[in-house]
Design a protein around this ligand. Structure first.
Ligand SMILES: [Zn+2]
Ligand SMILES: [Zn+2]
Length: 316
């Protein structure tokens, strides 16, 4: 159990509180394949010195809507990573849960920093570990005001770390839970487009809305996502040389339905390929979007994607 300092001046506007504790799950993803792969459990703490100077930086216009800031790869320099992102104009971050431990860690980070928000839920790779009490734990975590989304949830038939049937069953249950909690959903889908859309429709996910994170699907999925009222979130994949089809899709997306993310520590964008990814680099995704939407300035892309994220996650 960790104790986190939460001075009054760092409180967000809502009154709910929680005493979180954290352990971490780590993705081991091959960047070249631009995909997520298996998780290795890493037990650790995320206790940090609190740097109040982080609060003093002027807010700018980027929101990294998908980070794994609890990841063990940040254990040595998490504070510096966050500081660099703030310096690069990232005003707000979402840090994402993939199981109970990482959801608790995400909430703990969000408790610590007023500009970090959390999501909770079970990644499709991890759903084989779901136990009876997990959903009640998520219900409890969701009472924390910093929890603004449910996910990442979905289907990943590329790795099948959990069986496809388990993935589908837990995906449905978690959409139902997100509806109960009135939280938008963060969707992870890989090689499972049709099933993902079918389940989202059957479970009436459009009532809560959400985002296809790290979008790398085809034009059909993009259209279905928009028809459901969902957002598409582009990551560093958009900067990759071999991402021509994705760039074509990004060009045609209405910008008011687009978010940006790093999915750090994975999927490092050009020109930082080969390095660990971090939220500061979300600016590269915005730049690439502005290049693709040549009718728009970089400032318009930054402002619009930020407004979109605020709207979807209801953050001030
Ligand atoms: Zn994902
Ligand atoms: Zn992720």
């Amino acid at each position: 159990m960790l104790c986190f300092v939460n001075p009054l001046q760092f409180r967000k506007t809502h009154p709910r509180k929680l005493s979180p504790h954290g352990e971490s799950v780590t993705n081991a993803r091959t960047e070249s394949a631009a995909v997520e792969s298996s998780y290795a459990i890493v037990h650790r703490s995320i206790e940090l010195p609190l740097d109040s100077s982080l609060m003093l930086r002027s807010p700018t216009m980027l929101i990294d809507t998908h980070t794994h800031l609890d990841d063990a790869r940040y254990n040595e320099d998490r504070e510096a990573v966050i500081s660099r992102a703030r310096d690069a104009g990232v005003e707000t971050f979402l840090t994402i849960g993939c199981d109970v431990a990482t959801s608790q860690a995400a909430v703990a980070l969000a408790e610590r920093y007023p500009f970090i928000y959390a999501s909770i839920g079970v990644h499709p790779h991890e759903v084989k570990h779901v136990r009876d009490n997990w959903y009640d734990t998520f219900r409890h975590l969701a009472r924390n005001k910093n929890v603004v989304a449910y996910g990442e949830i979905g289907l990943d038939y590329h790795y099948n770390h959990s069986s496809p049937k388990e993935q589908r069953d837990r995906f449905r249950e978690q959409i139902q839970l997100a509806r109960e909690l009135a939280l938008p959903v963060i969707i992870h889908t890989r090689e499972a487009q049709e099933d993902t859309i079918a389940i989202l429709k059957e479970e009436k996910a459009s009532e809560i809305g959400g985002v296809f994170h790290c979008f790398s699907g085809d034009a059909w999925l993009a259209k279905e996502a928009l028809d459901l009222g969902f957002y598409l979130s582009f990551s560093g994949i958009l900067t990759f040389q071999n991402a021509a089809p994705l760039k074509e899709i990004a060009k045609t997306m209405p910008l008011d339905r687009v978010l940006i993310e790093t999915d750090c520590p994975y999927l490092t964008p050009v020109p930082y390929r080969g390095k660990r990814n971090e939220p500061a680099y979300v600016s590269q995704v915005a730049k690439q979007l502005a290049t693709l939407h040549s009718e728009l300035s970089l400032e318009e892309v930054q402002r619009t994607t930020t407004v979109n994220a605020r709207r979807l996650f209801k953050i001030a």
